[in-house]
Each structure stands twice: as C-alpha cells, then as structure tokens.
Design a binder for this molecule. Structure first.
Ligand SMILES: *[C@@H]1O[C@H](CO)[C@@H](O)[C@H](O)[C@H]1NC(C)=O
Length: 334
C-alpha cells in the first residue's frame, strides 16, 4: 500500500508494455463460467447492522482519528437512507495538534467470505489532497500479512487511476504476462518486499479512481476471488457496464466481461492460494497522509505545506472525502 519509487514504476511500466505485445497470453482462469448466487446485500442501514466501526490508531500511520459508531452518527459522518450509505471525513473542524488527526471512518464487515464475487456500486468515492481511501479485504485471523490482503480500491491525493494489489507472506510471485488491462508495478506480493509495496496493478483508465470516477457519477468495482486467481474490475458510469451490474436480477457471467484491470493468478509453485489466503472481512476506510499519501504528498501538486499540517488546517479541503454507496453485494459460486 505504499512507497512506490517512481523509477521502479517507470521501469516496470516499460517492461509490461514490452511483454504485453507477446502472444499468446498465459494464465487465464478456466473458461468454464462460475455461476453465482447472491449471499449478502448491503444497502443503507445494513451497514449499521452488519459492520463494525474500528477506532484504533491507523496501522499505516495516518493523521486520522477513527471515530466510533455513535460519534459518527452524532457528527453525521455516517448517514443511512433507504437506498444510500454515506461515510465522510470531517470537513468542518480545525484539528488541534494534540489530536490523533482528522475525524474519519474505518468499518469492517462482520461476515467473512472466501471464494466470492463482490460488486460495489458507488455514487462517489473519496478524493482530495492528503486523502488515502481504500476498499479492501483482510484475513480475519492474521497476524498480518498471514492469510492475505486484497486491495480493490486504493489511491492517494489527486490520483485518478486505481491501484489494485495483494499483500502476502513471502513466496507469492505473479507472472509477467497475464490477462489484464492494467499496468503492473510489481510482481512480488510479499509485504516484506520494497517497504510493503505489494504486487500492484494500476488501471489505465483515468475514470477508475478519484475525481475522474466521480465526474462520471461513480460506477462499479468488482472483485472475483477463486482458487485459481483474483480479478479486479472498475467500470465508471461514463461507459455502459456489463448488463448484470445495472440489473442485479440478471444471471452473472464474469467470463463475458471485458479483461479485468488486474489479474492475480495462483499456482502451487509461484503463489499457492491455500498457503496465502484464508477467509477475509471487507474494510472501508479513509485515512490521511501516512505511509503512502504522506510520502507522495510533496510531489502530488498539493503542497507546499507538510501533509499533516495541511490536514489539520484545511477542513474545507476534505469536502470530497466521502464514500457514497448505492449497494454492495457478495455473490458466492454454486
Ligand atoms: C447528513 O449527511 C447527509 C449525507 O451527506 C445529508 O444529506 C444530510 O443533510 C446531513 N444532515 C445534516 C443534519 O447535516
């Protein structure tokens, strides 16, 4: 989730352009389409009933104060209606220096899942200078990174391209050539490699994250996890999505969808699914600065102040730092 030296990014993106011209592409999930049935739907108040508010110090060292459920309701930082669930960072208060940071939200699903297809319909995703929001899944048991981490939506500051990545124990390496539309940053998923960079793939779509995504009125993200691999897609509302995203009563056939932004295949020799992944909970959060957004802040066009000072002094800069969720559905194969 952090520290991507730009040199490495440039080298690896050149490399992935070079290799992606070779045919045929190897490592595809089997052609037999998985059939799915909806296991859980989260809309509006379901988030209050089926998710837990986490209030610990941010493990990624952000300038953030994760508030509890009661506080989030009192301050209107979370808000549910019949067809929406909204989670906001505070955008009205100056933060005192002795505080942990700006008030914000981190929630975790009570129910875990393993092999599943998750479809998130968003109207708006958090964005803005100093922000580092994420939607991701995490091993229930740990200790981190045992059992794995799957980052579905992630980015910082004014980014407009989504980063999808895995973070694991050692010995999980992704192949250079894969059936994906995005650009590989690193193939090594080991969290101990290169300051927990993870094996990341950046979308090539400027509408896959942040202000670009929000300008389209949001859209959908999907993550399919099977024993053969993990696929992550983003679909903004600027383009027609697969029909079953607009109409959840249609049968889902991910085999007919376009190439995913990111594809992480599993194989016994390179990255064993059973060794690296166990049941996960889903997580939404919005943090500020810290290991990635803070380190990237000076080169993000957001300066010249220091990131944490910017967070403390500029409440109005966080008016776009909110998740507006239309629905989240978890499907399981049968
Ligand atoms: C609380 O937040 C929601 C969603 O942003 C907004 O529609 C509503 O007006 C807010 N309520 C108050 C009392 O500010």
């Amino acid at each position: 989730m952090l520290n991507i030296p730009s040199l490495i990014f440039h080298l690896s993106s050149l490399f992935s352009i070079a290799v992606s011209q070779q045919e045929p592409q190897v490592f595809q999930i089997s052609n037999a389409p998985l059939r799915y049935t909806v296991q859980r739907t989260y809309i509006g108040n379901d988030f209050y009933n089926l998710w837990i508010w986490k209030t610990f110090d941010d493990p990624t060292h952000g300038r953030v104060n994760y508030v509890d459920r009661q506080t989030s309701i009192e301050k209107n930082l979370t808000y549910a209606s019949e067809d929406k669930f909204i989670m906001k960072a505070d955008s009205s208060e100056i933060v005192p220096p002795e505080s942990r940071g700006r008030d914000s939200i981190r929630i975790e699903s009570i129910e875990p899942f393993s092999e599943a297809l998750i479809i998130l319909d968003l109207q708006h995703a958090p964005t803005g200078c100093a922000t580092w929001p994420a939607f991701w899944t995490l091993s229930q048991k740990g200790p981190w990174p045992k059992g794995g981490e799957i980052d579905v939506i992630e980015g910082v500051n004014q980014n407009t391209k989504n980063l999808a990545s895995l973070h694991t124990l050692p010995n999980c390496i992704m192949p250079d050539i894969r059936s994906q539309a995005g650009q590989t940053i690193s193939n090594n998923c080991d969290s101990a490699f290169n300051f927990n960079q993870g094996c990341g793939v950046v979308s090539v779509q400027e509408t896959s994250y942040g202000s670009g995504f929000n300008a389209c009125g949001g859209g959908w993200y999907a993550m399919e996890r099977s024993i053969l691999g993990i696929k992550i897609w983003s679909f903004s509302r600027c383009n027609p999505p697969p029909p079953e995203l607009q109409n959840p009563s249609l049968p889902i056939n991910t085999a007919a969808w376009p190439l995913p932004d990111a594809f992480f295949p599993f194989a016994a020799e390179s990255c064993s699914y059973s060794e690296h992944f166990d049941p996960h909970n889903m997580v939404f959060d919005i943090t500020f600065c810290g290991d990635w957004a803070g380190n990237a802040f000076p080169s993000s066009g957001c300066g010249p102040s220091e990131c944490a000072v910017f967070v403390d002094q500029n409440p109005g800069a966080f008016s776009e730092a909110y998740w507006e969720i239309n629905s989240l559905r978890v499907y399981t194969p049968f």
